[in-house]
Design a protein around this ligand. Structure first.
Ligand code: IMP
Length: 186
């Protein structure tokens, strides 16, 4: 089956295609507008999916993610996109420059809306890790260079292949839940 992924981010499309391929789900990038409201990520993704589905008149998927930094009481969380485009990775590192607590987590909410069969579902995924003191090598997108998942080797997301990142990432986990759900409905 085919679903439209409402995003302008080509890297994200490549990641999600890789996750959903084993479930027989083809992901097409849709240049529909992703309406962004302020709220928790699962509220943002669901509202955006409902609006996109009304326009597309076929099943759509919208994901919304955030980076939750423990020392900043969860900030930037749902405001991650704005923080990334304003202060970026360097700014986030300087906010934490005097902090020994580097714990953080990425969370992803994936909302699926099928306007024909009137189905609405949201799936959540999370990866726990820490904010690095120095960025890793460039790669991936967004906060990838400054985030390492907890694990034996401390590799930042930016230095992982799409497959390695998907195996453990917030988005990989959330989209695999969607994949299982869609595969069971086919
Ligand atoms: P979005 O809601 O998925 O667009 O994500 C919000 C913000 O979090 C964006 O500015 C991204 O840069 C950042 N972000 C989301 N997912 C990831 C990821 O997998 N790696 C790095 N940054 C991410």
């Amino acid at each position: 089956m085919r679903v439209l992924l409402v995003t302008g981010n080509q890297s994200k499309v490549a990641e999600v295609r890789d996750v959903l391929k084993p479930y027989g789900v083809n992901v097409e990038k849709a240049d529909l507008r992703k309406f962004e409201v302020q709220g928790e990520i699962e509220e943002v993704s669901m509202l955006a999916a409902r609006l996109a589905a009304m326009e597309a008149l076929e099943p759509v998927v919208v994901d919304d993610s955030g980076l939750y930094v423990e020392a900043l009481k969860g900030f930037p969380g749902p405001y991650s996109s704005y923080v990334y485009s304003t202060i970026g990775n360097e700014g986030l590192l300087s906010l934490l420059s005097h902090d020994d607590n580097r714990a953080a987590a990425f969370r992803c909410a994936v909302s699926y809306v099928d306007p024909i069969n009137r189905v609405e579902r949201t799936f959540l995924g999370e990866v726990a890790g820490y904010i690095r003191r120095e960025p890793g090598k460039p790669g991936g997108f967004g906060f990838d260079p400054i985030f390492s998942p907890f694990g034996p080797n401390g590799v930042p997301l930016s230095e992982m292949s799409v497959e390695e990142k998907n195996a453990i990432s917030h988005r990989g986990r959330a989209f695999r839940k969607l994949g299982e759900y869609l595969a069971a409905r086919q």
